[in-house]
Design a protein. Sequence first.
Length: 268
Amino acid sequence: MFSMSPVALAAPLARDLLRHTLPEFEARAKTLPLSIQEINDALPEGGLPRGGVVELAAPRGLGRSTSIALSACASAQAEARLRGTSATAGAWCAWIDPSGSLFAPAVARAGVDLSRLLVARPPAEMLAKVAVRMAMSRAFAVLVIDVAGVPGAFGQGAVKGERSAPAAGRREEDLARWVNVVRKLALATEGSDGTILLLTDRQAARPMPLPVAMRLELEQVAEDRLMVRVAKDRRGRVTSPTPVVLGQRSKAERAAVSSEPRPALSRV
């Protein structure tokens, strides 16, 4: 039988006390802190904005944007359990994964409850429609849309410096369509407690910006070190690149975790 620790039992009381003693507590509730404190420290309000669309732009194949998105899911689920009782399940999160790159053991290692994670793998031509439908449902605390490897999404599919006029024209048309999609996503989540994360390829050509609440640019400079930059913020709080040192598991810890049996992802 599951039993709550004294710390968990005291948490709701501590939250009530904070609401009466710290006026800024409610303002902090408008953000979703990540389970990676080093990233929180680099963000203007100590977390990702709720009720908006956040773009995580990283070089394709880096994988750190996936880690941050998983951290957001784990944090939202933990927060839901903290607000409730011992019988409260974590919040539902969703991941739109058209390329099929999400790996269940890595998801579990990030602290995400797989039984409360819905994974959708639509064909590329249905990606926008599925994303908007899922956002409009407001059923998910975090909705991740991974388009980093989808040609044509957000102007992706070509490298910077390409001079082909027809190709550039097609990218601009695709991006213009996706600008409207992002506006629909923003309207769908506006005023809610949810957060929508777009995982994009930072190196892809971008003739125009996306109407997101925040754009985070990531660059890995060492195995355990990132440069994080707020390139766009709905309140104008753009930052210079900030070095972030990430903790690393020992080889023994990684081996122990990877050897544990893990449930499969729920897919649609």
